[in-house]
Ligand binder design. Sequence first.
Ligand SMILES: NC(=O)c1ccc[n+]([C@@H]2O[C@H](COP(=O)([O-])OP(=O)(O)OC[C@H]3O[C@@H](n4cnc5c(N)ncnc54)[C@H](O)[C@@H]3O)[C@@H](O)[C@H]2O)c1
Ligand SMILES: N[C@H](CO)Cc1c[nH]c[nH+]1
Ligand SMILES: [Zn+2]
Length: 437
Amino acid sequence: MPHFLSTTDRNFEERFVALLAMKREDSPDVDDTVARIIADVRARGDDAVIELTAKFDRMQITPQMIRFSDTEIEDLCAQVSAEDRAALEVAAERIRAYHVRQIPDDQMWTDPDGATLGWRWSAVSAAGLYVPGGLASYPSSVLMNAIPAKVAGVPRLAITVPTPDGIANPLVLMAARIAGVDEIYRIGGAQAIAALAYGTETIAPVDKITGPGNAFVAAAKRRVFGKVGIDMIAGPSEILVIADKHNDPDWVAVDLLSQAEHDESAQSVLITDDAAFGEAVAAAVSKRLETLERRAIAGKSWADFGAIITVRDLDEAADLSDRFAPEHLELCVEDPDALSAKVTHAGAIFLGAYTPEAIGDYIAGPNHVLPTARSARFSSGLSVLDFMKRTTLTKMTPHALATIGPAAERLAQAESLEAHGLSVRARLDRLNGGIDE
Ligand SMILES: NC(=O)c1ccc[n+]([C@@H]2O[C@H](COP(=O)([O-])OP(=O)(O)OC[C@H]3O[C@@H](n4cnc5c(N)ncnc54)[C@H](O)[C@@H]3O)[C@@H](O)[C@H]2O)c1
Ligand SMILES: N[C@H](CO)Cc1c[nH]c[nH+]1
Ligand SMILES: [Zn+2]
């Protein structure tokens, strides 16, 4: 049974805070394990990666097998049906069309003092894309990572994807081919993140690591940040549904289960202004769990982290949702646009009863790599910008330097940084000596 809460309960605030604080992905034991794995890969490179892959993915590989060969990719792609390939291509095209709009503009202007200023965007040189593969397989995540990277213009794209028991999903390889990925490595978990960040004999290090993963992957990305850039913490999936009584309880139930089935650590929450509707959804979830293929995972996630919260009205629902800052927010209410306007913190919002979150996982166009564990308070879903950085540009004329230089000299003196002041003064003195512009 999930956690049942109501904002009219006397101890609501205490229970709600406890729900928010539930540790799903940053427990110290996960972090300790990850620290050891990263240190091992840094020290022993491929040998460590091979041993850890044997341990966690039950697969014995050699250094030559770490990377998928062209022949293997060819053979696996040949196994993909025409229908599956077509679905991947539709998804890829929609994702590309959405992300192209994110390409930022360079800017350059001359201000009234004569200084020419601006910025220029450029892509990172190499990106490592993590594609999860432990409990489920994610061809969709290949597209969601690689397409924005390609749109940004990243020259080198490397994917890591675990293949537990040696089983590779052909659609993952096909998605990588459609998206134009350069290198694919059959490794996962913290060891893959460490290999991408620090490099091994087989894997050249990258500059930026993106992509979702389980608690070990999320903790590893946190740890390598600084050596490389990362996109965000995109850990175990979450969905928060705000639904009024005019919905079909079964629709809401399967939406909640759609994220619960990712991982025992996933979290699904319903907020409703009608207690009886909440009960009906709970019953519908139980019924669906009797037959759902992944009922073991989804059932544990729902029992441990699931919640149904009854609120007095939808304004209260929006406030509580902002405190969750969920990865996915579904608004199944009469006026979803109006309610959406009251929400600030969410990775992605799905408006209206005919917009199940799953449509965003695969095909709508926006990215499905999204911030979890309340990090939507300060970060956003993966975008083209995650693969780019901005360089500022400044160009002074003698006239511009004469105009704004003295204030710089003054500030340098105030900071007691003499050479700073002198580097401006040396030029101002020359100008005062009558050198023309
Ligand atoms: N937030 C997002 O944008 C988003 C998108 C897609 C998927 N997800 C999430 O990604 C996750 C995918 O998880 P997954 O497990 O299927 O695949 P995964 O690839 O993330 O994790 C599998 C790897 O975890 C490592 N691992 C497993 N148990 C370990 C242990 N005890 N110690 C050390 N390492 C261990 C292994 O190396 C294994 O290769 C799910 O939580 C899903 O909800 C999130
Ligand atoms: N819901 C996941 C993000 O949390 C993305 C995904 C991929 N495939 C299915 N779902
Ligand atoms: Zn999903």
